[in-house]
Design a protein around this ligand. Sequence first.
Ligand code: ARG
Length: 458
Amino acid sequence: MALWGGRFEQGVDEFTQEFGASLEADKVMVQQDIRASRAHAKMLAAQGIISPEDQAAIDAGLADIADQMAAGGFAYDVNDEDIHMAVESKLTAAIGTPGARLHTGRSRNDQVATDLRLYAKDLCRELLEGNLGLRRVLLGVAKDNLDVVMPGYTHLQHAQPVLFSHHMLAYFWMFTRDFTRLSAALRAADANPLGSAALAGTTYPLDRQLTTELLGFDHAIPNSMDAVSDRDYLLDLEYACGVSMMHLSRLCEEIVLWSSTEFGFVTLSDAYSTGSSIMPQKKNPDFAELARGKTGRVYGDLMALLTTMKGLPLAYNKDLQECKEGPTDAAWTLHDCMAIVAGMLKTMTVHANAMLAQAGRGFTAATDVADYLTKRGMPFREAHEVVGKLVLYCEKHHKDLEDLTADEFRAASPLFDDDITHDLDPAGIANARDTYGGTGHDAVVEQLDEASSVLERD
Ligand code: ARG
């Protein structure tokens, strides 16, 4: 019979028992559950609700279970519906009556909320570490390839030459925002529901400040009904994971493109590639694809929880049991994808020459040629038109702007001097954009400094 079996004459059958259980999903929180129980027992003793002897027995018993668990030797009973009951039954079996006093002034409703918040905080900390690791690698790649010039794209069409470092740093800033979002999710989780009991608080003189301090929460949640039914912090965590996966997915999409024969911008290390069972020549960017693909399930985790929460009346409802696998899945998926992508970036070979060769193709100098005319007095709209016509001329004659002679330029406008043919070097074009946040060498050096200090701060 379950721990709550007093008012029942009959147990549920095995399938029903399994259907209602959450043990599979919440056993990942066993250490958090034990931490919360030890704090609760300590507070009960401090308030004179249980004796110091009972508290000592509970504390030693729980410490022992935590050790067994860490060593992987904890056998679960199918009758234990969830991790809270599993730990409590184990404790009572080990120490007897003192164990049966642990649940005084507590419900599984505030217990699960407490475990989940401690667990969410631990997940956030892991993710923040992983995020820092990935950003360190991005910064390293940006520093090591400072003067590599590549085509910058809009609509995946050649737009203007940019520095590869600048491109990498764009991702650095995306992941910096993810760090902020994950930190906010951590702060959202950082409040103590323990002491709210089932939904209404309790008649025992609990000291909620004491458990708040013992568990390292920022503050106690001021409303017991909100405390047991709020899962917003898990949504915050899943949203932060979803956005970060989206950033990883964009980066991975670029790695897939760049490692193709058409681009040839990078070669992935063998350690981050796979072959084909039929085509002997294949070297596939599987891990970039997999990280891109896993983004879908992380979005799914967020949508699932949003949908579960919708329409729940206050306070606790069993639906809330459904909110554990999602955050666990979202967090570990992001965690592993960040590590894989960091490793992939760190070990890939950057082909500077291939990037440079493409940087000048596709009329990437066109804006600068128009600016050339504008700086010699032509209104920009007119210059845009003149250069548009030049591009058309090039297309018809199968040439690029770089291939044109000064006379061909002059045929389009007498404002062109001979120096126009020297002004089309992609590196020069990129480096001329040296305003704050631009792709020019000096601006990127400044940006690298700023990125380093932000990383230092985080
Ligand atoms: N296993 C439940 C959960 O994970 C614990 C709380 C159950 N409380 C209850 N009265 N059914 O949400």
